[in-house]
Design a protein around this ligand. Sequence first.
Ligand code: HEM
Ligand code: HEM
Length: 220
Amino acid sequence: MPKTRKVAIWDAPIRLFHWCLVLLILACWITESLGWMPLHFLCGEAVLALILFRVVWGFVGSDTARFGFFLRSPAEALRHLAHLPRREPDTEVGHNAAGGWMVLGLLGLLLVQTLTGLFSNDDDSFTEGPLKHMIGKELSDRISSVHELTFTLIEIAVALHVLAIVVYLVLKGHILVRPMILGTKELPDTISAPRLVSPLAAAAILLVCAAIVAAAVRLL
Ligand code: HEM
Ligand code: HEM
């Protein structure tokens, strides 16, 4: 066994982003089910601000947050999946080649979900998204159908996402959840640590993203 050491792989902003996202999506689902639409809008707008933050952080953030760092070719992702049943030490710094595509898919679906919500409407509960007034009823109805369909796709994607975490644990013995909570992972000495960017920069970016969303839903 090579010597290992504890390495910080996920910065605090990514971890906070992830667990706030989970809670807010749960809140979006519960509020909609209970018909608490003003709260549904608020939680949905918070998700939109988080996704915008994550996209920017994917370009200027810590190494493991950057799209350029974890997005590898589809061929590499398939090669990675072919090795899934192989039990081997976890030497991954950040997302693996297949996980990178999952991240992109989840972020894309959530962006569609939040943007369509802004223009959706529901005749039964007399609910209109905050930007519905910018478009006609027919287009808003079609967008509402996309909002509904995308939620089903998100449910499937999240189920697969959690299943993947369990499969890595059972087949490979890799514990992925602990680093997403604590930030650190045991890695061989030979692997260099990723560069992490100050959380203050993340806070400033999140503030700007939240301000843009708040201004868009109130002023447009
Ligand atoms: C609404 C539910 C969820 C959504 C939308 C979601 C979304 C995401 C996203 C977007 C990432 C990428 C993080 C980033 O780079 O920004 C991620 C990573 C991750 N998520 Fe989730 N997640 C959900 C639920 C969960 C749950 C319940 C668990 C725990 C079992 C979990 C465990 C993880 C782990 C361990 C990673 C890192 C995977 C790796 O090492 O590559 N997620 N998730
Ligand atoms: C990730 C964030 C979001 C999730 C998970 C979500 C989820 C849902 C779900 C499950 C429905 C019920 C669809 C149906 O079966 O009819 C719904 C409806 C609705 N949501 Fe969202 N939503 C999100 C974001 C937003 C946002 C940002 C807004 C606007 C600010 C919004 C506005 C609406 C409206 C107006 C409806 C009623 C129209 C319809 O049924 O499609 N949602 N949402």
